[in-house]
Design a protein around this ligand. Structure first.
Ligand code: OGA
Ligand code: NI
Length: 380
């Protein structure tokens, strides 16, 4: 089969993409996206229905013709909300991952953003290079390269920031100078704003799931919070068992809200096994990042995950990351620290983490612990 990467036709995987370390590769059975998780419901990342929240917000609106909202309905909805909070907390304790259905983000907006991502990746390489991400920088177009990484990912990525300052207009102006930059930036900004709203509601539910007031961590969501998004595009790969789409990592952030198209690829490591996250274009995949693991004093887990590629279909994912302001101190609250469950991590700032410890590899978290314990991470 002939495959095109960056517009170049290739039949065999070039050496720079071949992962020689077999522990990083996927076995053939792990690549098989037809693997039916429904036969193993215990091995399926939970899908949680947020419809009860949408109904609640409807209820909050004044109803002139119906002032006597039956108390029974309210109690039932409160109970369903409590069940949702519990299910979410349980998912984060075991999986660090869950999917949400009826999330309130308009499906048409998701499709518009996906269409813009495709339009962006289809631009000629020399145009995409106008927003090339220089080594060590966070934002722009390029390959996801990590410290000490020798093998290239079989993927293109484009990383943008919305808050505290947006670089979306500037990059759109360069990419779409010959057409309509606004079509791109308005879709992306609207999408990120909607996902930001969802992320903030989820953070409150997750906080409640820890037994805290829902707004307990809202200090982390102030104006200076950082919201970014990475488009990940995985072209069909001639030898998927030798290549890596996105190597195993944990996300450093507070929360990640990812949308995958209908092609499988995302896998989560649970009890040493790689479990595929079933593509559900009507859902978002939500996962706990390292910072939330710290805030929750490890009750919630930041779990290893990766993306695998396949030989027949391209795949697109949109990953939105919610972060605190750079100077916010990240520390588990006293309510979550007990003699049986002592404080696991010393407080640190997000900036400190990014500058000193964030080398995204499967060892990111271990490396960070070394750093927190006061050892020099520069050897890593
Ligand atoms: C990420 C990520 C997985 C995917 O961008 O951090 O884990 O399926 N992406 O693209
Ligand atoms: Ni990730």
């Amino acid at each position: 089969m002939e495959i095109s990467h960056h517009g170049v036709s290739i039949q065999l995987l070039p050496a720079m993409f071949i992962e020689v370390d077999k522990s990083h590769r996927c076995t053939m059975s792990e690549l098989d996206s037809t693997w039916e998780v429904s036969e193993h419901p215990e091995l399926e990342v939970p899908v949680l229905d947020l419809a009860v929240l949408l109904e609640n917000s409807e209820l909050e609106k004044p109803r002139p013709e119906d002032n006597d909202q039956p108390a029974g309905d309210m109690i039932l909805q409160q109970r369903r909300r409590q069940e949702l909070v519990k299910a979410m907390a349980k998912a984060c304790q075991r999986w660090g991952f869950f999917q949400v259905l009826n999330h309130g983000v308009d499906q048409a907006l998701i499709q518009r953003c996906e269409a813009e991502a495709h339009r962006m990746f289809q631009l000629p390489l020399d145009v995409k290079e106008r927003v090339h991400r220089p080594p060590g920088a966070s934002f722009g177009y390029g390959a996801n390269t990590w410290v000490n990484q020798k093998v290239m990912h079989w993927a293109e990525s484009f990383h943008m920031q919305l808050h505290p300052t947006s670089n979306i207009h500037d990059m759109a102006a360069k990419l779409f100078a010959e057409s309509d930059p606004n079509q791109f930036s308005s879709a992306v900004e609207e999408y990120m704003a909607a996902v930001d709203g969802l992320a903030r509601r989820l953070l409150e539910l997750l906080t409640e799931g820890l037994g805290l007031e829902p707004g307990h961590f809202n200090q982390y969501l102030e104006k200076e919070r950082m919201i970014s998004m990475r488009f990940n595009f995985y072209p069909p790969c001639p030898e998927p068992s030798l290549a890596i789409g996105l190597r195993a990592h944990t996300d450093p952030h507070l929360l990640t809200i990812l949308h995958q198209d209908s092609v499988a690829g995302l896998q989560v490591q649970i009890d040493g096994k790689w479990i595929p996250v079933k593509p559900r274009p009507d859902c978002f995949v939500v996962n706990i990042g390292d910072l939330f693991q710290v805030l929750s004093n490890t009750m919630y887990k930041s779990v290893l995950h990766r993306a695998v590629v396949n030989s027949s279909s391209q795949r697109l994912s949109l990953a939105c990351f919610l972060n605190p302001p750079l100077n916010a101190t990240v520390a588990a609250p006293p309510e979550l620290i007990t003699p049986e469950w002592p404080q696991i991590y010393r407080p640190f700032t997000w900036l400190e983490y990014l500058k000193n410890a964030y080398f995204p590899t499967e060892r990111t978290w271990e490396n960070f612990i070394v750093y927190l314990e006061g050892k020099d991470p520069s050897h890593l």
